[in-house]
Ligand binder design. Structure first.
Ligand code: AP5
Length: 227
């Protein structure tokens, strides 16, 4: 966290298809502005790993590339939003993904006098996303994200962030599942661009640029929200 650390409550959504860079950029914004990244994908993977009933149901759906039911996702999100560390605001990564989730989120935030300050659509070409996803790996200790071509650790086999040396790849990061996830995005999530545009909270960001350029554009957008 640095001098740009925010002091007012701010809720930001990163919208975009699989591979758009939501996780990569949310982590960078978290560090830069002291906001908390909240990824429903990560919360669901934790539920799968801990073997809860919700996790077992979610696992099959996630492997197929479809969307987990609104009921399961909202229950998990509601629990997470009740924790103290997110009271100053969040960067939502991978949520909402349906109009029903967006409406439920509005109701949830309203209960504590909050709103969505900005929904940022990361705009990318579908064709490039299969390559981005198939080359992705993360640090098994701290979760830092990498890519075989676009972001490799400075020292091979050692995480830049925490210095550990175990990396992992996600079970749903194969070309077939990525295509199914792209279909789910266009059918069920892309309508949220119009949803937030109608609320006048939408911004768009060219996310085909390299990681640092996208980070710089997002920094400008977030600074505008904070000012
Ligand atoms: P989730 O975990 O949310 O996955 P996703 O949306 O498919 O997004 P990804 O994490 O794959 O991509 P990303 O945009 O974060 O890209 P990243 O930054 O890693 O969801 C997984 C599943 O859980 C869903 O399919 C669904 O089943 C379920 N789920 C989750 N939330 C749900 C919800 N709300 N409702 C219902 N179901 C839900 O970048 C990808 C790679 O590209 C990385 O290697 C990175 O280094 C690289 N990269 C990033 N930016 C760039 C760039 N600008 N140039 C070059 N490379 C880049």
């Amino acid at each position: 966290m640095d001098a740009d650390t925010q002091t007012k409550t701010v809720n930001i959504i990163l919208l975009g298809p699989p591979g758009a860079g939501k996780g990569t950029q949310a982590r960078m914004l978290e560090e830069k502005f002291g906001l908390i990244q909240l990824s429903t994908g990560d919360l669901l993977r934790a539920a799968v790993a801990s073997g809860t009933e919700a996790g077992k149901t979610a696992e099959t759906v996630m492997k197929s590339g479809g969307l987990v039911s609104d009921e399961i996702v909202l229950a998990i999100l509601k629990d997470r939003l009740a924790e103290d560390d997110v009271k100053s605001g969040v960067i939502l990564d991978g949520f909402p993904r349906t109009v029903a989730q967006a409406e439920a989120l509005d109701v949830l935030l309203e209960e504590s006098g909050q709103i969505i300050d900005s929904a940022i659509s990361l705009e990318v070409d579908d064709e490039a996303m299969v390559e981005r996803i198939s080359g992705r790996f993360t640090c098994g200790s701290c979760g830092e994200g990498y890519h075989d071509s676009f972001k490799t650790p400075a020292k091979e086999g050692v995480c830049d962030n925490c210095g550990e040396g175990s990396f992992k790849r996600r079970a749903d990061d194969n070309a077939e599942t990525v295509r199914a996830r792209l279909v789910a995005y266009h059918e069920q999530t892309a309508p949220l661009i119009t949803y937030y545009d109608n609320k006048r909270s939408l911004s768009r960001c060219d996310a085909m640029a390299n990681i640092d350029e996208v980070a710089s554009s997002l920094k400008t957008l977030v600074e505008r929200v904070l000012s």
